[in-house]
Design a protein around this ligand. Structure first.
Ligand SMILES: Nc1ncnc2c1ncn2[C@@H]1O[C@H](COP(=O)(O)OP(=O)(O)OP(=O)(O)O)[C@@H](O)[C@H]1O
Ligand SMILES: [Mg+2]
Length: 379
């Protein structure tokens, strides 16, 4: 094998690893100059029917900056037809656009990927008749390698952008899901506050609920903004007295529960847990909302919390429709919803994520027609 072919093989091996576009173009220029011995070269890519330059050697800036239309000059014709053009003497060839002053001969090959022209590789010499028949084959081989490597890199970057977007999307939808729930609380609370028969102690509680829902929304917005800023959503663990938090969440559930559903709380006085307070509230609220929604004919939801040795246990039990055994595994899946008009199917996926973030466990017990109990253990 001669040196030129050896260099082309080396380029193929270099490009087979994952490279940035800058690395691909840099190495392609070094190797192609060795192989073809040209004076000037330029790689242009096709963007919206225009060729724009990506990398060049020996081209004046004005010439490199020129956007060339499909069919225009040598490069534009190669991009349009997908066929290599050799110009032996540029002075005799009217289709040559003015670029480099001294250019006397020119060879231009298409960058083809998946049978589509994605750009051109153009090389030039100050001597007329410089490029040979063999050079045509060599440049075409180089162009094929460069096109494949550039497209692979572009697709890889596109994929990682899509992945990032889908992470942001999942995060945003879970936050929006819970913001919607808090906004619903604000709506129903303001209606209840307008009721002329409302008792004064209820007004006090509803005012607390409005404040708590407002705090939740504020916390959720902060969380998403922090995620956009830093790419992370931090869990902020603190030792928290459970009773006041559960009282506030239960009060919020009472605001959206219909009259025939009662929401009860029984909690040991001094139960305290390491937790992210905001996420804990989101978790219990999602459980309570599902429990209330599972009792269209009315019933009781009971929140119980106790301390067993070092372990905190929280139970949310309802007397609702229950969950069929065959569906019990599915309720944790995002977008699984059953028997609800406006269900999205995110509530339980959010609950599970928050439980996992805390290193806790959750289990479910359910009998159709009798009710459902979720048990969270923190040990
Ligand atoms: N306490 C419960 N009693 C009966 N079924 C329940 C209970 N909790 C959850 N489910 C079932 O699990 C499904 C998934 O719940 P999840 O909270 O994820 O979604 P959703 O409530 O349908 O919609 P949303 O995204 O608005 O919360 C529900 O549609 C319901 O069928
Ligand atoms: Mg739900």
């Amino acid at each position: 094998m001669d040196d030129k072919l050896r260099m082309i093989r080396f380029l193929g091996q270099y490009l087979a690893a994952s490279r940035s576009e800058a690395q691909i173009l840099e190495m392609a220029m070094i190797i192609s100059q060795y192989v073809l011995g040209y004076d000037h070269a330029i790689i242009r890519v096709l963007d919206d029917d225009k060729l724009t330059s990506r990398k060049w050697i020996g081209f004046p800036r004005e010439a490199a900056d020129l956007n060339i239309g499909l069919g225009e000059g040598v490069c534009g014709r190669v991009a349009k037809s997908g066929r290599t053009i050799l110009v032996e003497d540029t002075l005799q060839e009217p289709m040559v656009l003015k670029g480099v002053e001294n250019c006397r001969s020119e060879l231009c090959a298409p960058l083809v990927y998946n049978e589509k022209v994605v750009g051109v590789f153009n090389v030039e010499s100050d001597k007329s008749g410089f490029f040979t028949e063999r050079d045509i084959g060599l440049l075409e081989t180089l162009a094929t390698q460069v096109a494949a490597a550039m497209e692979t890199t572009r697709l890889r970057e596109e994929l990682s952008r899509t992945e990032k977007l889908s992470v942001v999307g999942a995060m945003a939808s879970s936050i929006l899901h819970d913001i919607r729930s808090d906004i619903h609380t604000l709506y129903v609370s303001s209606d209840l506050l307008r009721n002329p028969e409302i008792k004064p102690e209820r007004i006090e509680k509803l005012a607390d609920t409005v404040k708590s829902a407002g705090e939740n929304i504020y916390g959720l917005i902060e969380e998403i903004l922090e995620f956009v800023r830093t790419g992370k959503s931090r869990i902020s663990m603190k030792r928290v007295e459970l009773l006041p938090v559960l009282e506030s969440v239960v009060e919020q559930a009472r605001s959206f529960a219909p009259d025939n559903v009662s929401v009860e709380l029984s909690a040991g006085k001094n139960v305290a847990l390491e937790m992210d307070r905001g996420r804990f509230k989101r978790m219990v609220l999602n459980l309570l909302r599902n429990a209330v929604e599972a009792m269209p004919a009315g019933g009781v939801v009971r929140v119980v919390c106790r301390q067993d040795n070092d372990e905190g246990v929280i139970e949310v039990a309802d007397t609702g429709v229950g969950i069929d055994e065959s569906q019990l595994e599915k309720i944790w899946e995002p977008l699984y919803t059953h028997g609800k008009k406006a269900g999205v199917g995110l509530g339980m996926a959010i609950v599970r994520k928050i439980v996992e973030e805390h290193g806790w466990t959750i289990s479910v017990w359910s009998v159709v027609g009798q009710g459902t109990t979720f048990t969270i253990k923190t040990g």
